[in-house]
Design a protein around this ligand. Structure first.
Ligand code: BGC
Length: 423
């Protein structure tokens, strides 16, 4: 064993409520119902031929309705048993605001008890909880007042956060108030690809400001409740690099890095104790009219090895983004890293190769304290409302029977955890 991780390194996987729990009533649920047909019809334009052939479910409107997902809400004990059997000593999940506060100011005591049980179930198994308070959906009443485009939402979110902090103070140390605020702002408020489906620079700007404000306020609030709380912020980090080192692409990569990363660090790093790095793929910036960022940049797919979503597999990228995040001087947890891989052909190597680079970053002195694979199990992939076909799980879900089957990569990851290192 030559690549050992630090003692007390946290190993686990991540999920989010909307993607695994099932039977929710929030603003995204309504949007799914209204848009499912349109999304199914648009699949032939959105996805490449090989993807359409491999995953014909994308043409079925049911693919876009989250429904019961994995029924994790009632089967969390079983799922945590599996996580425990895979050696996990930490788990990241989200509390669903719409369950806790289904109506403005009315807190649901039963749901508060539900999440207490979830937390106790983790603690009993010796699994450290990392709790996200907002992994994108909002209660319906918040959606009706334009969610994060409305300044009032900051005040309401604080009230919800205060209640949750007080309820679970003795059970939780690590909190992540917001999951990837920048992603939801760009996909939900600027490009309209996911709820609330808005396309407006002005509203996107307002949402970003409000989310920034809420992180600041929640941070202060958390510290006033318990100085022991560790508050994180999380960011989706592309490994941004200029395609072919062409001069205009070098400039474009700088611009994208500014809007994609630096602006986030500037806005958020004073209001967190640790940094949650979420890394999936590189972005080889090529300047092109009609590209995805600002209509100008496209991601050139120069790496042949790609996931089912067509994302390039580039383990070195995790090292590059860790280096950037480490400049903020905060401890780092990798709070998401994974791939859609229905046959599990790549996942075990993906994990091992990414961890090799994480280990290298640690050996160079970066303060990295944990790794959470995305995801514990297959789930409803709600980013850009892609639906059920992308399979991100260490554990496979049979959506007919909801049977859970750990994939070979689950055991490969388990071995790394048991050794606390790579062979
Ligand atoms: C999100 C997850 C999502 C994953 C894969 C992240 O940006 O936080 O909810 O499933 O990416 O797309």
């Amino acid at each position: 064993m030559n690549k050992i991780f630090p003692k007390n390194f946290l190993w686990g996987a991540a999920t989010s409520a909307h993607q695994v729990e099932g039977d929710l009533n929030n603003d995204w649920i309504n949007w799914e119902k209204e848009n499912a047909e349109r999304l199914a019809k648009g699949a032939d334009e959105k996805w490449e031929k090989w993807q359409q052939e491999k995953f014909p479910e994308m043409f079925d409107s049911q693919n876009y309705i989250s429904g019961r997902t994995c029924e994790h809400y009632s089967r969390f004990e079983e799922d945590f048993d599996l996580a425990k059997s895979g050696g996990h000593n930490a788990h990241r999940f989200s509390i669903e605001w719409s369950r806790i506060e289904p109506e403005n100011g009315k807190f649901d005591e039963q749901e508060i008890e539900h999440y207490r049980k979830v937390l106790i179930a983790l603690r009993k198994r010796g699994i450290e909880p990392f709790v996200t308070l907002w992994h994108w959906p909002n209660p319906v009443w918040v959606g009706e007042m334009n969610a994060w485009a409305n300044r009032e939402t900051v005040k309401y979110f604080l009230r919800y956060a205060e209640r949750v902090f007080n309820e679970y103070e003795d059970l939780v140390k690590f909190w992540m108030p917001l999951n990837e605020p920048s992603t939801e702002v760009s996909l939900g408020y600027l490009f309209g690809q996911q709820p609330p489906g808005i396309r407006s620079k002005i509203l996107a700007n307002a949402a970003f400001k409000n989310l920034m404000q809420v992180q600041k306020d929640v941070y202060k609030l958390a510290k006033s409740i318990s100085p022991d709380f560790q508050i994180g912020c999380s960011h989706f980090m592309f490994d941004i690099r200029p395609y072919k080192n062409l001069p205009w692409n070098i400039v474009a990569a700088e611009v994208m890095d500014f809007f994609g990363n630096k602006r986030f660090f500037k806005a958020f790093s004073d209001s967190c104790d640790f940094f949650g790095v979420q890394y999936y793929q590189p972005f080889h910036v090529n300047f092109k009219l009609g590209g995805i960022f600002f209509g100008l940049f496209e991601n050139k797919k120069i790496i042949k090895k790609q996931s089912d979503l067509g994302w390039q597999i580039f383990p070195e990228g995790i090292y590059n983004v860790l280096k950037k995040a480490a400049k903020n001087g905060k401890p780092i947890y990798i709070t998401e890293n994974g791939l859609a891989d229905s046959t599990d052909g790549y996942r075990a190597n993906f994990i091992r190769e990414h961890l090799e680079y994480v280990q290298r970053a640690i050996a160079e002195g970066m303060d990295i304290r944990g790794y959470f694979h995305w995801s514990l199990m297959d789930n409803f992939e709600f980013v850009e409302m892609r639906g059920f076909w992308p399979r991100f799980g260490l554990i496979e879900i049979d959506y007919e029977t909801l049977e859970r089957k750990p994939r070979p990569s689950f055991y490969a990851y388990k071995k790394i955890i048991e050794n606390n290192g790579l062979e």
